[in-house]
Design a protein around this ligand. Structure first.
Ligand code: UT7
Length: 344
């Protein structure tokens, strides 16, 4: 049975930056509080007239270009997102059209900040079953579309971005070797967007109540997030007889630097082996993990053991064990302008 190996990584980041100084002018907050409580310095914000599929398509196209794979070779597209362009059709359909993946089908997967890990595990099963050779797994969120920029509890946390990986079969022992996933729906109110679904369709009242924005009980979620992310990372390490020394990198969801540090401590992994870019992008929900893989790609070596871990709304949480399949230093940097040009 083949494993599903990540054979290419792509990303998209909007140009516009929203800094802590900018937020100081919008709500009652300050740079020092944001840095010390979260680790965030700035985030990226997508143009108002663009949506999640715009970022997802560009991240996907970059991954394909790097690998020299054409869009018509792709079998399946999974987009992890909580900010789809529309409730339906699925963002995966819009990505399929934008990149011209004429032989692919696809669907969206909704698992908030754990979305990329759940999509990775789902996509991998289509590879290990022998059914497909090329699966695109994308994590993309335009969080600025569902953030209330009058709520200081949440507006300082989130940014917009997309990351994508290409999965292909590997028979040499590289790729996704294990994945542990959990959900617990009993805390749905602690982190959610109450409006816009079938429970509370849009109305004058729902708009006035700011119900179409993300709501979070930060302190309560923090407690569950530390236990969930650190616990599941430990779980996947134990299941695979890994110690901190065996791990080349922890690739954590970027919600809060303190949650990341707690997870690394529990795993026995030093800060030098933790991918951290929350300072530059904030919490980009489903995009954080592939964005880390992109930023660290040139450092990654064939055979590196990576532990990917996430916790998010649902609650959802999970961790994956990936044996990295290629030397990142060999990957030619693609020209992002060319990627964008090819998509028109
Ligand atoms: O990604 C999906 C999962 N989500 C997470 O993992 C997020 C988990 N939660 C967190 O990361 C943290 O709880 C936050 C960063 C959201 C908040 O940090 P905290 O240390 O838990 O702060 P807090 O909510 O307990 O608030 C402490 C104080 C409060 O004031 P009082 O009541 O002590 O007077 C808040 O009103 O800080 C106040 N506060 C702020 N002050 C300045 C809250 N937001 C701000 C702000 N600027 N932006």
């Amino acid at each position: 049975m083949p494993h599903a190996a990540i054979t290419a990584v792509g990303h998209f980041l909007p140009d516009e930056r929203l800094t802590n100084a900018d937020l100081e002018k919008m709500v009652d907050t300050n740079d020092e509080w944001i840095r010390t409580r979260t680790g965030i310095v700035e985030r990226r914000i997508l143009d108002e007239d663009k949506a999640t599929s715009y970022m997802a398509s560009r991240a996907a196209q970059e991954a394909l270009d790097k690998r020299g794979v054409t869009a018509d070779e792709v079998d399946l597209i999974i987009v992890a997102t909580v900010t789809p362009d529309m409730l339906f059709p699925a963002t995966a359909c819009l990505v399929q059209d934008a990149i011209g993946a004429s032989n692919a089908w696809g669907f969206d997967l909704s698992a908030a900040c754990s979305g990329f890990l759940f999509a990775l595990s789902t996509g991998a099963s289509f590879i290990t079953s022998g059914r497909y050779d090329k699966v695109l797994v994308i994590g993309a969120d335009k969080m600025s579309a569902i953030i209330d920029y009058t709520d200081r509890n949440t507006c300082i946390l989130f940014g917009d971005a997309a990351g994508a990986v290409l999965l292909e079969p590997d028979t040499d022992g590289y790729g996704l070797l294990d994945a542990h996933e959990h959900v617990d729906g009993s805390h749905d109110q602690l982190l959610c967007m109450p409006g816009g679904g079938s429970k509370m369709p849009a109305s004058h009242e729902s708009v006035e109540a700011h119900a179409h924005f993300l709501k979070q009980e930060g302190r309560a979620v923090f407690k569950y997030a530390v236990e969930g992310m650190a616990g599941v990372a430990e779980e996947v390490m134990e299941a695979n007889d890994l110690t901190g020394d065996d791990v080349a990198y922890l690739v954590p969801h970027q919600a809060n630097l303190r949650i990341i540090d707690a997870t690394a401590r529990r795993m026995g992994v030093g800060r030098d082996k933790v991918m951290i870019n929350i300072d530059r992008y904030g919490n980009t929900t489903a995009a954080t993990i592939p964005l880390c893989l992109h930023d660290w790609e040139s450092e990654l070596k064939r055979g590196d053991n990576l532990i990917l871990a996430a916790f998010g709304g649902g609650f959802t949480w999970g961790a994956s064990y990936v044996k990295w399949a290629y030397d990142g230093a060999d990957v030619a940097r693609t020209n992002l302008a060319e990627v964008s040009a090819s998509l028109g």
